[in-house]
Design a binder for this molecule. Structure first.
Ligand SMILES: [Zn+2]
Length: 253
């Protein structure tokens, strides 16, 4: 008897659930934003991979300079340090990269970071593979520069040279380098140190997506070192990078 009453209760329950489903069908309300307007935005979301240069400790063990070469190069160096500020390059470029990440995300970009802390060990080829694995639409490596001549200052961009390793990414990397450098100079009024085309950068040779490396200024120049650490100037750098990225993708449409 007990079993039968349990079954009856369950059946009655099912009837109620069924009628509730029907109610909810009849009570269906159009969503406020039509579905067609949501979907394209999701599909067109662009991915930018940001690579804040270096890390707390360099790793000078070797890795191949490109997938097609037996030539070896240090996995990742420790970078430079501000002559006046005493701030390390790996600290400065992470700060600025995190500000750029925030700005890009506020504007609906998908951002992938190669690192968000200093205590990592990620080689330059591994950083490129993070961009590759995330199918980044653009891979931007953020660095600051140094020279023995302390008077040298300004912004430059390193771009892959056209060769066997970069045949698929050279053209777009070049366009992105030109557009982003112009935008950075416009925002900051920094000295324009131009674009260098390089075949000796592991993080370029391993990249399967358009890539460039921006040198935001010289930490070996006292004035520029201090400027690079000012929040107002960092904002100009972030705006310059952001507008350059926007202009590049607009051109690629
Ligand atoms: Zn560097």
């Amino acid at each position: 008897m007990k079993k039968i009453s349990i079954i009856i209760i369950l059946l009655i329950g099912l009837l109620f659930i069924d009628s509730n489903i029907e109610d909810s069908i009849y009570n269906y309300v159009e969503p406020v934003i039509p579905v067609e307007e949501i979907i394209p935005e999701v599909i067109e979301r662009l991915t930018v991979c940001l690579d804040p240069g270096h890390q707390a400790e360099g790793d000078y063990s070797l890795e191949p300079i490109s997938p097609n070469s037996e030539e070896m190069k240090a996995r990742v160096s420790s970078g430079t340090v501000g002559v006046e500020s005493g701030v390390y390059e790996y600290e400065l470029v992470l700060d600025i990269s995190m500000k750029l990440k925030k700005k890009l995300e506020e504007n609906n970009y998908n951002v992938v970071m190669t690192r968000e802390t200093h205590d990592v060990n990620i080689s330059n080829s591994e950083r490129a593979q993070i961009a590759n694995n995330n199918q980044a639409d653009l891979f931007i490596r953020v660095h600051a520069d140094q020279r023995d001549n302390s008077r040298v200052r300004g912004i430059s961009i390193l771009c892959p040279e056209e060769d066997d390793d970069t045949v698929n990414i050279y053209a777009n990397s070049k366009i992105a380098s030109e557009i982003i450098l112009a935008s950075l100079i416009e925002e900051t009024n920094a000295n324009n140190m131009g674009i260098s085309y390089r075949d000796d950068i592991s993080g370029f040779n391993w990249s399967e997506v358009p890539v460039l490396l921006v040198e935001l200024g010289f930490m070996s120049n006292s004035e520029e070192d201090l400027l690079l650490n000012e929040s107002n100037y960092q904002e100009k750098l972030v705006d310059g990078l952001y507008k350059g990225i926007e202009n590049y993708f607009r051109m690629m449409e």
